[in-house]
Structures are given as structure tokens and as C-alpha cells.
Design a protein around this ligand. Sequence first.
Ligand code: BGC
Length: 717
Amino acid sequence: MGKFDSIIQKMTVEEKLGQMSQLMAECFGEEDCGTLMGISYGFEVKPELAWNLGSVLGMSGAKRVKDVQKTYLEKSTHKIPLMFMHDVIHGFRTSFPSPIGMACTWEPELVEKASAVAAKEASVSGVHLTFSPMADLARDARWGRVIEGNGEDPLLNCQYSVARVKGYQGDNIRDKYRMASCVKHFAGYGAAESGRDYNTTEISDYQLKESYLPAYKAAIDAGCKMVMTAFNALNGVPCTGNKWLYEELLRGEWGFKGSVITDCTALYELIPHGYAENPAQAAKLALETGVDIEMVSTAYFNEIPKLIAEGKIDEALLDTAVERILELKEELGLFENPYKDADEEEEKRWHVCAEHRALAREIAARSMVLLKNDNHVLPIQEKEKVALVGPFATTDTMIDIWKCMAKPEECVTFFDGMKDRVELVAAEGCAMTEQEGEEALMAEAVEAAKQCDTVILALGEHPSLSAEAGSRAYLTLPENQQKLAKKILELGKKTVLVLFNGRPLELGFLNEEVDSILVAWYPGTEAGNALADVLLGDVNPSGRLSISFPYTLGQVPIYYNALPTGRPKGSDDNPERFTSRYVDAPNDAAYPFGYGLSYGEVSYGELSISNDKMTAEDTITATMEVTNLGDREVMETVQLYLRDMGGSYSRPVKMLKDYQKITLQPGEKRTITFNIDAEMLKYNTRENGYTYEEGTFRVFVGPNSSVKDYKEFVLVS
Ligand code: BGC
């Protein structure tokens, strides 16, 4: 007997399918919310869906949501409240940096705090569930959605995914200022072939288990309430109809009890995938896969009644899906209070309030990664005359495409953040993407630069070049921006490049020719203030890359935790021909995973380990002395990597296993200790499942994934 049996028994097939349908906010009439526009993204919406609908995508605003909910409850038969779901990806009204930027903090606690703020701002605006975290591991910088994820490392990906779930949901999603979270896109969406969005994926069972699945699983284990299907086909079977993925793995092996929603129109897309021949077949396949809610397309509502009438589908499948949906509504407390936290006064109180701005500023500053700082050009001295040049100098475009309800005009621009701190002139120089006749703009920028000591080049990608459907076949800055940079460099001034980007970029000549490079990603509402904090040295940069930057596109996909080859490349100076390498480019990344500088220098001593033998019951320690050689306080992220030298599978050349982000005072020396136990050595072995295998392991401790020195120990029985 399920909890909702009595209500489900009274529901008609249409009423059940209504619960299993989600329409976009745009489908609702402005005045009378019951007037559903007859079309949703090109799909027919039958009028009967109006008072049976289960959830709404992308509607928010306390007043609007309450009005729609009230009218709906008055008109619907069973008085089951609507659920309002939204893409609250990195903030609701206060925008935090893009997820890839936040992942460079190496501080999941900050991401949890930001997610709690997002939940507060969204919940007072009537949102019940966010389509976040995106736990898709990404190794291909061409893929636009690199920006929405946590980068290339499974451990960080797990930690940030969990932090988001906890931040949104708190201890109980029914609590005030909390919302439910939906992990996406299950599974393997980040492995889109050639980095082209929506493209197919081929991921071996080994890689799936080791690299791609752990973060979804971690989010689910953290209590995430919903799972979204992915657009891609995984090893030949589109995810939205992939029974192995949903029935066997998610609900079977992992025991997930929550609901599953399709990605936007992904159910219908089983047809162009060549997996279903018509909407009826698509609906049947998805239903039998265990997909509870269809987002935006309408095959469930329009096709399933006939399939049931013809005896082709068992109505009990609908009951199971509806049960799960009602369970979530109950968990959110909607049966008692269908408006939950929606409140106009609270919106005024919390949206973009000073407290939220302060956190956004702190996180934005911590997400920036300093890639280069020759001659200590940074931090900029207060007395310096600075030219701020480039398309990101004065724009309020400081947020990526997922800006949710954030308003660009509420962003602190780069210029506004800097203008009271230094003597500043600004010039756009060129547009974000090439325009006709930019010579005058460039000339103006050169003139501005001539009068100054230091030039900051504020360059980057227009936000439309990343995020969903923002895949790129080139990773360079647009030609016009490169041209502007060359003109500025000809002046021979101190030049700082600040990048606004959604992915690793190929920087080419800029790597060599500018003095300093700061990756700012899209910093969000407090962009300008955070940039000033870092560039002027109030905040010593501490971001570390969560994804590798290549020298050149031909190296992509490039990631630090690759499997070894039988012919590893030897020394760079005299490489053997018949080894795994490029004849025309290095193997290494331009800036590897884990990399980032601060103002000042931290030195690493010699690694020692407490024992060169260990049993599965033991713990050994790895110890490293780090010293702040500079005259400023620094935050250093000391990283522990391991390599398993022989296993029943070939094991990655390095894997991040732990890290400590510490603060060091000027001159301070600190001994950092990591514990290593058998749990850290486990992986998905060929025959014995998730366990460790005896043999030799290498331990590396250093400032980033390129660390070379190691010590070895042997795991014995
Ligand atoms: C995206 C999802 C998003 C959904 C709802 C889709 O196009 O792939 O990530 O949550 O739209 O807006």
C-alpha cells in the first residue's frame, strides 16, 4: 500500500499523465493562467492539460507563482499543488561565478554557502526545485557546457556536487529557504564526441565507473531528490530510454527512490535519435525506463491514453511515477502550504542584499586563477595609472548565459570596481565578437594605453560562445581581440590579461607576451569589486584550475588523470620518435589541472612517507613542508596525488586523492600531513568489484598535477 494510493485510485489516466508533464512558464496566459497556450516548443498542448499539470518550468516571482498556484488549486479536481522548477545554476538574483569558476576555489564549503543563498533567494520567489548540480565530468574544452560543471577531476566533481545538494536542500527541503535539487544529466553527457553538444558518447564500463558516474552517485547519496536524463546516447542507447542506466543502475544498484525527469524535450528526441519511430513508441520506451516526468514535449499526455486503452501499457507504471511525484510534493510540504516560501516582502529583503553581495564578492575573488605574473606586475599599485582596455572593460555582461533572474544592471562592472582605486582610463578597443570598422575603437584604446603605466586587457568569449549549444571548434580568442592585444603589446607597457571565459582557452602568443594572466571566468554580480580586490592585492589570488588549459586545440581532450601508454614520452629535450607524443606540440598542458599562482612564492620541501609498506588495515602518512617565501599572506592548496603502478586495469598516471587549502603568513613554514589508507586505493577492479589490489603505489605531494617527485610504498597482505 503506497501512501498516496487513495488519491491515485481516484485519478483518471489524464490526471495521472498531467502530473507527469511539465510545461514552460511561457505556456501560461498572462492574465488567466489556466489558458495554456496550445503549443509548447512546437508540441501540441491539449486544453485538458491545464488543470491536471504537475509542474512548471522556469516560472518565478512570489506574486506570479502564488497567483498561478491559487487559480490552479481552485480549478483542479484533486487539489494537488503544482511544483515550480527552475534552473538556479549559480545564483538566483545574486549571481555567483559560473560553476567552473567556483570549482577553482577548491573550497566546496564556499559553494555550499553560495547554493544556500541561491536557495533562499529562489524559494522566496516561489521556486521549489532547481535543476542543479550538473555533475557531468568534462575533459573536452570544446564542449560549451564545461562552464556549468566542475571540471575534469572525479574527486572535485563529487565534492562540489555534494556541496550544491547540501546547500540547496539543507537538512530538510520542507524547511524555510530550502529547495529540492535535481542532479543532471544522467549520464555521461560531458563526454559528447568531439565536444559537440548533444553528440553521442562512447564510454567504457571502466571509465564510466571510475570517472563519469561517481559525482551523480555522490549527489544522490547526499539526498538529491531528482535525476534528469541526458540528451546523449550512451554506448548506442539514448539516455532517456536507457533501461540499463535507469532501471538496473540508478534504481536497482544505487537504490534511488526519487523521481526522474527528462531533459527538455529529450523524450521526443528518442525519435530523431533513431530509437523510437513515433511519439507513442517514445512515450512507451521512456515510461518503461522509469522516467516520471516529461519536460516540455507532450508525448506522455497525448499518446499514453491510447496505449493503455489498447493494452500496450500497464497503467500501474503511471501509478508508480505519480506516487514518486506526490511524494516529492509532500516532502516539500506543499500539501500543507502550496505557496511554501513565496513572499513578496522576503523577496525585497533578500534579493541581492548586502550580505549576499558580500559572499558573491568573496567567492568571485577566490575563483580567479593567476596563470602568470612576470616581474611581479601584479598586484597593481594604488598610484599607478591604468588603462582598462577591451570589450569586457565597461560592460555589465559579467554573467554567463545561465543568469537566472540576475539583472546585468545590478552587476558591478570591471570599470566601476576599479575606478576609485587607481587612476583609470577605459576604452572598449573592439567588440566581443568581430564587427565591421573597429579601427577607430582600437586607435582610441591605443591612445588611452599610451598615457598609462599599466594596461589591463579585458578580453574573453562572448557568453553565447559557451554554455548549452555553445560548443566551439576553435579555442582561441576572436581575431579582433587578438589584433587589439597585439597593438597594445607593441607599446611595450606592463600588460595584464584578464580573461572572461567559460572554458580553457588556447592563448597562443599571449602566453609569452603579456606579463600577467588572470582567469576571471564570468564572475557574476560582484565582478568589478572582486576583480579590484585581486588585481590590487587586497585578496591574494588562490584559485587553482579544475580543468587543464591546452597549448593547442590538437591536444584536446587533455586531462591530467589519463591512463598511461606502453610508450610513454621521455624527456622533452630528446624525445624518442616511437613514443606517444606529438611531433609538433608538447604533450603537457599549457597550465595543468591544479595550477595557479599567488602573489609571492611558496616553496615545497622534500616529500617523506611514514612507511614504504602498508597493509589494508594500516594508515601511512605523507608529509611535506611548505614555506611562504613572500611578504604577504598566501592561501596555498597542497595537493596529494597517487598512482597505482600495477592493477587488473591500467591505472591513471595520477589521481587527486586529497588536498589542503591553508593560509600561510609571510615567512611561515608548515608541515602538511596527509593520511593514506586502503580506502584511497580502491577502484573498480576487473574481477573483484570496488576494492584495492596489492602492489606498488606512488605518492606525489605538490602545488599542482605536474608534480614529478614521488615516494613509493607497497600494499601487502
Ligand atoms: C538543459 C538542462 C536544463 C533544462 C531546463 C535543457 O535544455 O539541458 O540543463 O535544466 O533545459 O531548462
